[in-house]
Design a protein around this ligand. Sequence first.
Ligand code: OAD
Length: 255
Amino acid sequence: MPTAPVPEGLAERVAAAQHVMVLTGAGISAESGVPTFREAQTGLWSRFRPEELATAEAFAEDPDTVWAWYEWRRDLVAAAGPNAGHAALAELERMLPRLTLVTQNVDGLHQRAGSPDPIEFHGNLFDNRCFDCGRPAPDVPRPCPALPRCEACGGWIRPGVVWFGEAIPTAALQRSFSAADDCDLFLSVGTSSLVYPAAGLAERAAACGAALVEINPAPTELARHAVCAWASPAGEALPVLVATLDGMRAVDREK
Ligand code: OAD
């Protein structure tokens, strides 16, 4: 089935932008085979909800189960690969004068697709640190089926992701909101726009005059405030956007 063309005026808007900000969510990794959060979980963990596992309380109560869930997710992501949507965003960053990429995802797929410095708003699945003393634990092997212990204090090692109720890493928070203040175009890609403070970035950008665009097969609440809601999978939409921009540049070069 032919891929839908870029919505009217969107490519021109991207080409004219001085600073594009992109916020991605689990939807951009869906085409890599990585389950999103709010779809029923598949496989071994279908009896749990992420909220029952992705909290400090759940880890304190049952660290082995929480560690095993993150090991399962690491195996899944390690076996997956970035898809055409991730690759198109990396290409877009090379094409445009300025693009700030913020991701809610912890899978590291943007880096593997070539994005040089994605802001990881919720941390990274492959970073580990001590639950008790906070020391980084870079030497945890992969895979590591048994819950590892901190070499310094003997505490449990936890994944370096942001759990529900935890603070966003300060640098990520500051860099993201200053980009939202400055950008003139904000692309929300593959997120349900439900979880704050990440979901507040689009609102902040719009309040500072940026135009909002959503790319999501199931338009969200954000779509009502967007100049364009492109109901398409990211793995189809983003490559078409990049190809269209390429075509526009070729025409300009011939003038
Ligand atoms: P969700 O699972 O809440 O939403 C995924 C979104 O992706 C949905 O709106 C889908 O319609 C959309 N989607 C599905 N397939 C897509 C595709 N091929 N292309 C584009 N979009 C697609 O995931 P997030 O919005 O990322 O937080 O969730 C935000 C946060 O909630 C996560 O970072 C996590 C979770 O709790 C923490 O862990 C702190």
